[in-house]
Design a binder for this molecule. Structure first.
Ligand code: TYD
Ligand code: MG
Length: 471
């Protein structure tokens, strides 16, 4: 007969099972860092598929500390900080995106797809800073010294003050940092840095977090700006810079694709300046060149107005930019209609299509819709709504929009057209670019600039839009 005593084998097995579970590896989303005790197909946090990988649970080798001694409390008044302390890189578009230059001790994450121009841009920034007399350190774990030299020669970055370190070991990088004491540090890329104190694989979420955390602390301790370069692929299949976004002060992302000439650098987070600010560059033979007049860059010039093409005035950060929205609306008599959008939110377009159907009676739901923002720029401000609607309408009715017309305004669910921020700035930009007509929300007529040869048409809802668009 089996009697259960205190030390029953079943209970013992259960206990060891539980304690084994504790020390077992867990699963981490390689895109956003979400943790789960079991493998999941779709990440509940970032909603990406097939991102989970098993990793050993790690305990940081030593806690991140700003100082080695006991911590000290200070009052606000005792802290010396000055706006003038910013370091200007000398590349206007980058200084703008950074909110007016680099801040000492700040950590800047530069993300983008491979081959988009991250290393090129950073080397150009380092050249400018080195020319200004700063000692800069470029740590590369991706390329050989010869490759870096060749790129440097191509873009004219050959300054003696640029120090190159080919290293991937975190402790060695920190040791060199102490010895060299540079004034700017660039890590290219954070995915190649590896801490031997961790059992996790190179490029895994745990490694990236640990290495970035330590380098950021080093930057803050020394008061030097640290740039961390991180790759993101379209599928987000490499441990993403997303896990670092909350650790750094500024996040810059490259938009556009490597197949085109232009590159857009956008600040999606900035503790020292406005977000959504963009810098526009063109990739040329000598690296990235600044584009001073982005509106001209994004507009197709010298062409007859075509049905489906509309120019919208948007604000990117503090700067107004004119963009061209093109759409193709064609009847679909077989099966589910197709919706393809590029540069604006897919769901936003669906919503506007529904509003157009309901409010104006346009039978758009049974049409295939292809919509594109020319130039590859991504726009997520609501003021572009009116541009989307006008473009769809123009293509649906096969009528070109009146020549030299710019539109802006947000569209509500009942078809009302609402005001957008910075109306006068948008109108002035349209004026500067030679536009003659501006369709704006009715609520904004009170704040117009003294316009010169510009016809302002104000509308209150979508029904009015159809009447005035083709005048
Ligand atoms: P790179 O900076 O190496 O990209 P990343 O670091 O983001 O992976 O940029 C590489 C691309 O840029 C490559 O496709 C070649 C192109 N390029 C030019 O067109 N002109 C240039 O002067 C340089 C240096 C690169
Ligand atoms: Mg690179």
């Amino acid at each position: 007969m089996l009697t259960l005593t205190g030390e029953s084998p079943i209970v013992a097995a259960k206990i060891t099972g539980a304690s084994m579970k504790k020390s077992r590896a867990h699963f981490l989303c390689q895109n956003c860092g979400y943790q789960s005790p079991k493998w999941l197909g779709k990440c509940p946090a970032c909603e990406q598929w097939h991102q989970f990988a098993e990793e050993e649970p790690v305990v940081a080798a030593s806690p991140y500390r700003y100082s080695d001694g006991p911590a000290q409390v200070v009052t606000m008044g005792e802290i010396a900080a000055d706006e003038q302390d910013r370091i200007l890189t000398g590349i206007g578009e980058i200084d703008r995106v950074l909110g007016g230059g680099l801040v000492g001790g700040s950590a800047v994450l530069v993300g983008g797809e491979p081959g988009i121009g991250k290393s090129t841009l950073l080397l150009q920034v380092l050249e400018k800073l080195a020319k200004g007399g700063l000692k800069v350190l470029y740590v590369s774990g991706e390329e050989s010294a010869e490759q870096i030299k060749l790129r440097g020669r191509r873009i004219g970055a050959l300054s003696e003050n640029i120090l190159i370190l080919l290293e991937t070991d975190l402790d060695e990088i920190i040791r060199q940092l102490e010895e060299i004491a540079p004034q700017i540090l660039v890590i290219d890329s954070i995915q190649t840095v590896n801490s031997s104190a961790l059992p996790a694989a190179l490029g895994s979420v745990s490694q990236i977090r640990e290495c970035a955390g330590r380098l950021i602390i080093q930057g803050k301790k020394r008061g030097i700006p640290v740039f961390l370069i991180g790759h993101v692929t379209k599928e987000g299949s490499i441990a993403g810079p997303k896990v670092l976004e909350h650790m750094v002060d500024t996040v810059l992302y490259f938009e556009g694709d490597a197949g085109h000439q232009y590159r857009i650098v956008r600040a999606i987070k900035n503790r020292f300046g406005p977000t959504n600010e963009i810098g526009v560059f063109e990739m040329g033979r000598q690296g990235l060149c600044e584009v001073g007049n982005p509106s001209a860059f994004f507009l197709t010039t010298g062409q007859e107005p075509a049905a489906g093409s509309v120019v919208a005035a948007t604000m990117e950060g503090t700067r107004p930019i004119l963009v061209e929205i093109q759409s193709l609306v064609i009847p679909n008599n077989f099966g589910a209609p197709r919706r393809t959008t590029n540069g604006v939110d897919h769901n936003r377009v669906s919503l506007l299509v529904a509003v157009m159907d309901k409010v104006c009676g346009h039978r758009l739901t049974s049409h295939d819709i292809f919509l594109n923002v020319v130039g590859g720029i991504k726009i997520d401000e609501p003021a572009v709504d009116l541009g989307i609607v006008a473009s769809l309408l123009s293509s649906l009715l096969e009528r070109p929009v009146g020549d030299k017309t710019v539109v802006f305004g947000e569209v509500g669910l009942t078809g009302e057209v609402r005001g957008a921020s910075q109306g006068p700035l948008r109108i002035r930009e349209a004026q500067r670019m030679g536009f003659r007509r501006c369709i704006i929300p009715h609520s904004q007529t009170g704040e117009l600039p003294g316009e010169d040869g510009m016809k302002i048409l104000s509308i209150g809802n979508l029904k009015e839009l159809s009447r005035r668009l083709f005048d």
